[in-house]
Design a protein around this ligand. Sequence first.
Ligand code: DOR
Ligand code: ZN
Length: 393
Amino acid sequence: MLLRNAYLYKDGSFSSSDLFVINDKQWIAGKNLSSVKTDAVIDLSGKYIIPGLVDVHVHLREPGFEYKETILSGTESGAAGGFTSICAMPNVNPAPDKIDNIRRIQDIIDKDACINVYQYGCITEGRLGQDLVDTEKLKDYVIAFSDDGNPVESDLVMKKMIKQASLHDCIIAAHCEDMSYKDPKMSEYMHIKRDLDLLKEMDISCRYHICHVSSKKSIELIRKAKKEGIKVTCETAPHYLIFTKDDVLSENYMMNPPLGDEEDRKALIQAVCDGTIDIIATDHAPHTNEDKKNGAMGVIGMETAFSSMYTHLVKTGIIALEKLVELMSINPSKIFRIPQYSDFTVLDLDEEYTVKADNFLSMGRNTPFEGMKMNSRVIKTICKGKIIWEYIQ
Ligand code: DOR
Ligand code: ZN
């Protein structure tokens, strides 16, 4: 496949280029590749090609909650959002806390997924916060370890996990929520502080990553830790960069951690700009309307992620397009060591559209972006050298 005349992102900047996709792993970029022999030539004048988007925080719900989302519908949703690699959180049933369960999930991924899916393994058995999984045994089958949805409350268990992560070179993706505090900001802050203090006190470094950071106080703590040389990375989600608790119109704005106030939102944007935040991940959390009405926490995000961030951060001049590519593709790839394939996302930055949840490929309709105007649109998703999704007008 030969993609001609696009603006291609390469090594940190865009330039006008052709892209010849040879196979699932190889491609050549360059000017005037028109002489290559290929059966498909696609003219992409005026369009942008970026490395495939990577979402390190997605809830696919299968096995156990297939009425909310499946690996098939979740990966189709990811493809429609321009994602070529996603990392699936472990709050499914049975949980990926042992090899057999991980294998069974992997079989469904191999059968149904239309993009690359990497599984998280649990930190503790059943995500109950008590008994550590066999990290050494599981590490080759999972991309990282997390009890997401639940925090690891016990200091002792967290210490053990830090030791294991350091020993076996694995990532801990921490859902930071200290249950002894009612105030969500305090709860997030105190848990992050506990973990950073443990890392300091134990004086060992590991690949420690903080999920969905949502408040100013937490950001200040992480910024300081990074300055002190503590090895830590973190993500936030589009909704925390766009909405505040004053925007809450319905249960589709309810998630955990909750939306903060304007001060938090501004601090998060600042942290995106200065590199304190490494990654934008969606925390795609599909629920049925009924479950949402009954208080289920979380919002879907993959099909709005790129255009919402382009509209609110790039179009407004807050960050450059290159920086958004770093936050949504380059950095998550590097930090999580995502395998590299011929994965690309093609964008039309001149498109405008209004979000309609009923058009989503996700089974979830729980989006806070319903009815919002967006600039830019993902028009093709190329995974392992093949167009696996395209926007048809
Ligand atoms: O809002 C949330 N939804 N926060 C979480 O931590 C879990 C997630 C889910 O699985 O629905
Ligand atoms: Zn979480």
